[in-house]
Write a protein that binds this ligand. Structure first.
Ligand SMILES: Nc1ncnc2c1ncn2[C@@H]1O[C@H](COP(=O)(O)OP(=O)(O)OP(=O)(O)O)[C@@H](O)[C@H]1O
Ligand SMILES: [Mg+2]
Length: 250
């Protein structure tokens, strides 16, 4: 399968089965170079499953997906080298401090030691965790750990950054810092895939988005297009309407 150069990701009819259960039921989407693409949907919709297939962590059960024009089935290593991934669950190494976590992670990408140290220092500064650089990650607050996760995914200067609910559980200040970082990623020419439940976040950051439910795409477009199509309101109203989860007294 070939990809046009602007398409960083192209998914066609992708399926994921967990035994008898189909979590992703044949979805099509593409992500263009330089955009922030949103993947929205209620709990259990299939967002993380989709993200994990894109990141070559879970094999596809059906369909085709290319990332950077390469099939996820054939070139997982080459794809992973150009991805920056912040998974939904924190997986920092509890044996190390913040800075050391960044350095250890850089080894997956064969980044030379001196360069890894330089990039780690830079990220520690950029993400405002200088005073915690030597602190064991288990001793950080949940919000700080999340910030370190987002910092870590930039260590290899990725072309595509994949953020699975990067701001879940963050206070407003930390949330805004992550939003600024996403804007900076775009300004630096990176493409971003953002999974979120936060409709304000989606509206502020995403150039285009899809809403998935029960493993299928139920809406797609720019935030403005989706709002116009549904006659205004907020993205959250539309999300609730589409996913059949309106509050009873509304
Ligand atoms: N390893 C697994 N084995 C069996 N079922 C799974 C597995 N992982 C996920 N599922 C199921 O697949 C569906 C999609 O899960 P997924 O984690 O992709 O949802 P999600 O959209 O990321 O949800 P959330 O917003 O809660 O993170 C859910 O019904 C989930 O229970
Ligand atoms: Mg998830």
């Amino acid at each position: 399968m070939t990809s046009d150069g602007r398409r960083i990701v192209e998914a066609r009819g992708i399926v994921k089965n967990y035994g008898q259960f189909q979590a992703v039921r044949g979805i099509d989407f593409h992500i263009e170079k330089g955009e922030c693409f949103g993947l929205l949907g209620p709990n259990g919709a299939g967002k993380t499953t989709t993200v994990r297939m894109l990141c070559c962590v879970l094999p596809l059960s059906g369909g085709e997906m290319t990332v950077f024009g390469m099939s996820v089935r054939e070139h997982p290593r080459r794809i992973k080298a150009r991805l920056g991934v912040c998974p939904q669950e924190n997986n920092l190494d509890p044996d190390f401090g913040v800075r050391q976590n960044l350095i250890v992670y850089s080894r997956y990408f064969n980044i030379p030691k001196a360069e890894a140290a330089k990039r780690s220092d830079e990220l520690v500064r950029r993400f405002h965790v200088e005073d915690k650089a030597g602190t064991c990650v288990d001793d950080l607050s949940g919000g700080l750990r999340r910030r370190v996760m987002v910092a870590r995914c930039l260590i290899n200067e990725p072309d595509l950054v994949v953020l699975d609910e990067p701001t879940a559980g963050l206070d407003p200040q930390s949330k805004h810092q992550i939003w600024d970082e996403v804007r900076d990623m775009k300004a630096a020419g990176r493409t971003v895939l953002l999974t979120t439940h936060n409709m304000e976040e989606a509206q502020l950051l995403c150039d285009r988005l899809i809403i998935v439910d029960l493993g299928r795409i139920i809406e797609t477009g720019t935030p403005a297009e989706i709002l116009a199509k549904h006659g205004g309101g907020t993205l959250e109203d539309i999300f609730l309407k589409l996913t059949g989860k309106q509050l009873r007294d509304e």
